[in-house]
Design a protein around this ligand. Structure first.
Ligand code: HEC
Length: 102
């Protein structure tokens, strides 16, 4: 009986540690590789198709993207400041040949 309880506690502790590690790993990944495609899909494509955005990719500076995204936020796009900044950077970094606009 006592042995079983010990086992149970160990198992529980193990599960918690694994869960914490997985969560931490996921957070690091998110911070490192900002998901441009996911953000576009979730925050930008409710009002217009991606091709509206793709038309500008490869010929728009980060500064310009920031201004556009701010305008979109006035239209009603919901992004926090950090995400807006990351998105502007990622869009500006894309070339005309990219994964997002194929
Ligand atoms: C609430 C609706 C809405 C959302 C969400 C939205 N847009 Fe727009 N978008 C518009 C409207 C309306 C226009 C046309 C008027 C204009 O250009 O301001 C437009 C036009 C555009 C254009 C073409 C205009 C130009 O200057 O080249 C781009 C690029 C664009 N949006 C990018 C984005 C990006 C990037 C996002 C996500 C951060 C986004 N939009 C989210 C409503 C929206």
């Amino acid at each position: 009986m006592r042995k079983d309880m010990k086992k149970g506690i160990l198992l529980l502790a193990g599960t918690i540690i694994v869960a914490a590690t997985v969560t931490a790993a996921a957070e690091t990944l998110e911070k490192k590789d900002f998901d441009c495609a996911k953000t576009l899909a979730q925050r930008c494509e409710s009002c217009h198709y991606r091709n509206r955005i793709c038309g500008r990719i490869g010929r728009t500076s980060e500064r310009r993207w920031k201004a556009i995204i701010s305008r979109m936020m006035r239209h009603g796009a919901i992004l926090d400041k950090k995400t807006a900044k990351k998105l502007a950077r990622c869009l500006a970094a894309l070339g005309p040949e990219n994964e997002l606009c194929r």
